[in-house]
Design a protein around this ligand. Structure first.
Ligand SMILES: [Zn+2]
Ligand SMILES: [Zn+2]
Ligand SMILES: [Zn+2]
Length: 278
């Protein structure tokens, strides 16, 4: 199973598009792993998590043709995860000889609303290659060989945002963003599931700035606490690959600085283009 972090920044990107703060200026100068685009993940070649506003640049940067994607699981309707206007370029005169005839987009009610607004504007020839499947927290979804369980995230009051458990050929991933410190009911569900994850990716938007347990994102300290809880639950062991991702410029997320910060906890720092093989 291949898991590729395509984007590892929070909503504004890093460096942020209109920002002159010293962190953004340093990232502009150093470039490399310090350049972070909006969150998106590719699993194998056929499943995307989120369709961010940087999807096109992700395809370019990683030398990908996204015509093999069959499933798009969207976490929530914030712009940095759900910006589907480019889906209109899939078919008709815009794309030829695509490998997959049909893409299924999965999401909550907020994502569905956004999807429908894009779908409305599509040429009928392009519409036929899409369908939407509404999903609910705790209800397992089968997508080809993937088994996905959406869980509620502590992130926004206007819809139920999801974090995802992804299972594929015996491997299990917990993709835990965007979210604040997970709800107790989520920890309880995970404990009862008996799952031991091969990989966990956590929301670390706030980096080392102060952050309450009730906030809608996490900082490093809350990520470490989440990992401790997962360990107590038996959901991770010494073999689990742990990652933090989705960093805001306000936390100065220079790759070297973050690696130093998380090294003592055995947590790897995701960067754009990082591929993990499980
Ligand atoms: Zn986000
Ligand atoms: Zn900045
Ligand atoms: Zn968000």
């Amino acid at each position: 199973m291949k898991f590729r972090f395509l984007g590892t920044a929070a909503a504004e990107g890093f460096p942020a598009i209109f920002c002159r703060c010293s962190a953004c200026e340093t990232a502009r100068r150093l470039r490399g792993k310090n350049i972070r685009t909006r969150a998106q993940v590719l699993i194998n070649n056929d499943l995307l998590i989120d369709f961010s506003s940087d999807s096109y640049s992700h395809a370019l940067q990683n030398g990908l043709c996204l015509d093999e994607v069959k499933y798009i699981f969207v976490t929530h309707s914030h712009l940095d995860h759900c910006a589907m206007v480019d889906l209109q370029m899939r078919g008709g005169a815009y794309a030829h000889e695509m490998k997959e005839p049909l893409v299924t987009v999965f999401g909550n009610e907020g994502v569905q609303k956004h999807y429908e607004s894009i779908y409305e504007g599509m040429h009928p020839l392009i519409r036929v290659s899409y369908q939407f499947q509404s999903i609910k927290a705790y209800e397992k979804v089968q997508a080809g060989e993937y088994e996905i369980i959406p869980l509620p995230a502590r992130h926004m009051p206007t819809e139920t945002p999801f974090v995802y458990i992804i299972q594929y050929q015996g491997k299990k991933i917990f993709y835990c963003l965007d979210t604040g410190y997970p709800f107790e009911e989520v920890f309880d569900f995970l404990k009862q599931s008996g799952y031991c994850f091969d990989m966990v990716a956590l929301d670390c938007t706030i980096v080392d700035n102060p952050c309450k347990e009730t906030a809608t994102h996490m900082n490093g300290e809350l990520c470490i606490r989440t990992i401790e809880r997962l360990r107590e639950n038996g959901n991770i062991n010494e073999k689990t690959k742990l990652f933090v991702t989705h960093f805001s410029h306000n936390g100065n997320p220079l790759q070297e600085r973050l690696e130093e910060m998380f090294k003592p906890y055995n947590i790897a720092v995701a960067y754009d283009g990082l591929e993990v093989v499980l």
